[in-house]
Design a protein around this ligand. Structure first.
Ligand code: ZN
Ligand code: ZN
Length: 470
């Protein structure tokens, strides 16, 4: 039977993997400009980390988590024996909860210290309904900026996010940045109650899910994709009218800084990020191309209560996450060229099996093809020596930093050259017994087909020079 990748997962074939690599490199470069360092937390955590950090009432935790059981835990589960906290494990559905858990565990933001600036990259897991650009194992890059409460921190994070997308190759004019404030503990409870009352007053026109949300998570009704719900929620009370003076001031400062830096944004009072932990500034970046109705490529916000939720000291924080699959879809749709460097630059070919056929020189052997090798011991010894030279020459080129391949399967010179052509190499090194006898090899330029003899000893430095100039 033939296996295939589990539904909702995708193999990243080399070209895609290279896209992901370029995006990670853009992250490293741009986030590095702002003093961020990379962190890597485990792909699974105790389930309670996500329940505490993201909220039981969210779809992410309530409906979409993948649980992880050891054989022992699975047996207990079948026997209906209670599992210890350390046996209740889940694959991470997002990156923030794990990073904040790690920041508390390792005391990364001690009182009075500079804020921690961390970024991460890796696979996340959610059992979602399948649609374009959505996977059950998907990849995110995100940042967490822990320890700064000021509006300038929010503005800096938003500017960095936009700079990162541009570094990935998405033109600034293709993106729209949406901004909102979700208030804090002083003003959001009253606002939540207003929305709850609004939902109850309109429950006849809302979907059953949104009616339930009145009691679990009323703000989530703003995210409902049902057109009737969207129409009703368009007239719901606006958070921006309900902010307390200090939240309103914070929000005004964020906007003023973005204006000063010339970054265009739109305010969207219905933008309430799906996760419970956000306070004050939230933002989302959307594009028109490639993603259908789900056109967000990244977003984030402030979460000033989250460190406390994990048992840390009160520590403000904020961050964002972006989806790599979605960025790649957008780059494809916008036909953004990604320079894929050739996997191989130089091919080292050997003229083997030629000794007895009287075509020992390179020029003659190229046309001779798969002439059967003589079985004489002398010819065989010569082949062995030549193969060893091909092998060590390829290694010497790699040491010099040149991407090099050679044939391991005993192909004729003709098919070695054909293979080199297929690999798209710019130069071929051809080693034949006659040239080798005087310490030389033939260097062929695959574009111009020009050939010259060069000393084997000098080959690495000659090729490095050629590749640098070409
Ligand atoms: Zn609804
Ligand atoms: Zn407030």
């Amino acid at each position: 039977m033939a296996f295939h990748a589990a539904s909702g997962t995708a193999d990243l074939l080399p070209e895609r993997a290279h896209d992901f690599h370029l995006i990670e490199r853009a992250a490293q470069q741009v986030f590095g400009l702002y003093g961020y360092q990379q962190i890597a937390t485990p792909a699974f955590e105790q389930t309670d980390v996500f329940v505490r950090g993201i909220g039981q009432a969210t779809d992410v935790v309530g409906k979409e988590m993948y649980y992880v059981f050891s054989q022992d835990a699975a047996t207990k589960l079948v026997e209906k024996t209670a599992l210890k906290a350390d046996q209740r494990l889940a694959l991470r559905p997002e990156g923030t909860a794990g990073v904040v858990r790690a920041a508390v565990q390792h005391n990364l933001v001690p009182p009075g210290a500079a804020p921690a600036r961390l970024w991460y990259a890796g696979p996340m897991f959610r059992h979602e309904r399948q649609q374009k650009g959505r996977y059950r194992q998907f990849h995110q890059i995100g940042v967490e900026f822990l320890g700064a409460a000021e509006a300038s921190a929010d503005a800096e994070v938003v500017l960095m996010l936009m700079r990162f997308f541009v570094a990935c190759g998405i033109p600034a004019e293709a993106m729209r940045l949406y901004l909102n404030s979700m208030g804090d503990d002083d003003c959001r409870p009253a606002y939540r109650a207003q929305v709850r009352n609004y939902i109850l007053a309109h429950s006849g026109t809302l979907c059953p899910e949104c009616q339930r949300r009145a009691d679990t998570n009323p703000l989530r009704a703003f995210d409902c994709k049902n057109p009737d719900c969207a129409a009703v929620m368009a007239d719901a009370p606006r958070i921006t009218d309900a902010l307390c003076p200090s939240c309103a001031e914070h929000y005004a400062q964020v906007k003023a800084l973005l204006v000063t830096e010339g970054l265009a944004f739109e305010e969207n009072p219905r933008l309430v990020r799906g996760l419970d932990y956000y306070t004050r500034t939230v933002f989302e970046v959307q594009v028109d191309a490639g993603l259908g109705a789900q056109n967000a490529i990244g977003g984030g916000g402030r979460y000033d209560k989250l460190m406390e939720e994990f048992g840390g000291k009160p520590t403000p924080g904020l961050g964002f996450a972006v989806g790599l699959e979605r960025i790649v879809l957008v780059l494809d749709e916008l036909r953004v060229a990604r320079g894929v460097p050739p996997a191989t630059e130089v091919f080292v070919a050997g003229v083997v099996g030629a000794a007895a056929s009287g075509t020992a020189s390179v020029a003659g052997a190229a046309g001779a093809g798969a002439t059967a090798a003589s079985s004489t011991a002398a010819a065989s010894a010569q082949d062995t020596k030549l193969r060893a030279t091909v092998f060590s020459t390829a290694e010497a080129l790699r040491v010099a930093g040149i991407r090099t391949q050679l044939d391991h399967q005993g192909r004729s010179l003709k098919s070695q050259l054909k293979l080199a052509d297929k690999l798209g190499v710019c130069h071929c090194v051809i080693i034949g017994p006659e040239e080798l006898a005087v310490g030389e090899v033939v260097l062929r330029n695959m574009q111009s087909h020009a050939e010259r003899r060069v000393p084997l000893q000098k080959l690495p430095e000659i090729l490095v020079e050629e590749l640098r100039s070409g």
